[in-house]
Design a protein. Structure first.
Length: 74
């Protein structure tokens, strides 16, 4: 399990984001957590590239939830 996924699961266990700032903080943590995998993937580490793609899919999902939240549809 990647560092990003562990952090998100820990956050989800506590509370879902309820403000724009909380959603933004969650997205920022996700992007910052992907940095190590980006660097490793750049050097040719295939496992890191797989983790990175998985993290990016999760980022896409969370950012979609953020858009829905800002529109009041959540």
């Amino acid at each position: 399990m990647s560092e990003v996924q562990a952090e998100l699961e820990a956050q989800d266990a506590v509370v879902d984001p309820s403000t724009n700032e909380e959603f933004y903080a969650q997205l920022r943590v996700m992007v910052e957590g992907m940095e190590a995998d980006v660097l490793k993937a750049q050097k040719g580490n295939k496992a890191a590239a797989t983790r990175l793609r998985k993290s990016l899919r999760l980022l896409k999902s969370v950012s979609g939830d953020f858009v829905k939240f800002t529109l009041g549809k959540l």
